[in-house]
Design a protein around this ligand. Structure first.
Ligand code: CUA
Length: 156
């Protein structure tokens, strides 16, 4: 009879642990869903021009040597298409598309991301080397794809 009692206690304990575990997993998954990572930030592609920060695209100073670069991408241009960045600046680049999927690549740096309508894609990089950089669209997006470029100038 005593053994049976202990079995019951352990069984209850085991089920209790399982419930606690599942609750923790469920709650943390829900909490994570409430605060999606930046790559999952959504935006209405029809309202890009009136949605901050894309209503005023360009470079924004966020702190000591920290900047945010917001770029609107559409067939077949980047807005703005000429950007000056101070050397050594830590820049978070946010991009979104108003139409189809484009690419956003800066050869000579680690910057290479997809630009998708409906989403804001972000990447943080530091521009340590002064000089001229080119932003390229590396996803085929139509007749003007090969002309889709912009310039970044990193200045001392
Ligand atoms: Cu935009 Cu290719």
């Amino acid at each position: 009879m005593h053994i049976h009692k202990y079995e019951k206690i352990w069984l209850t304990f085991g089920i209790g642990c399982l419930i606690v575990f599942l609750t923790v997993v469920g709650v943390s998954a829900f909490a994570a869903g409430q605060q999606p990572p930046s790559c999952l930030t959504t935006i209405d592609p029809e309202k890009v021009d009136t949605t901050p920060p894309f209503d005023q695209p360009g470079l924004v100073k966020k702190g000591d040597n920290e900047y945010e670069l917001n770029i609107v991408v559409a067939a077949f241009s980047f807005t703005p298409n000429a950007i000056e960045i101070p050397k050594g600046a830590k820049v978070t680049i946010n991009v979104t598309s108003k139409d189809v999927i484009h690419g956003f690549q800066i050869p000579g740096t680690n910057v290479n991301m997809m630009v998708e309508p409906g989403y804001v894609n972000s990447l943080t990089t530091t521009f340590d080397e002064p000089g001229e950089y080119t932003i390229l669209c590396n996803e085929y997006c139509g007749a003007g794809h090969h002309m889709m470029t912009a310039r970044i100038k990193v200045v001392e």
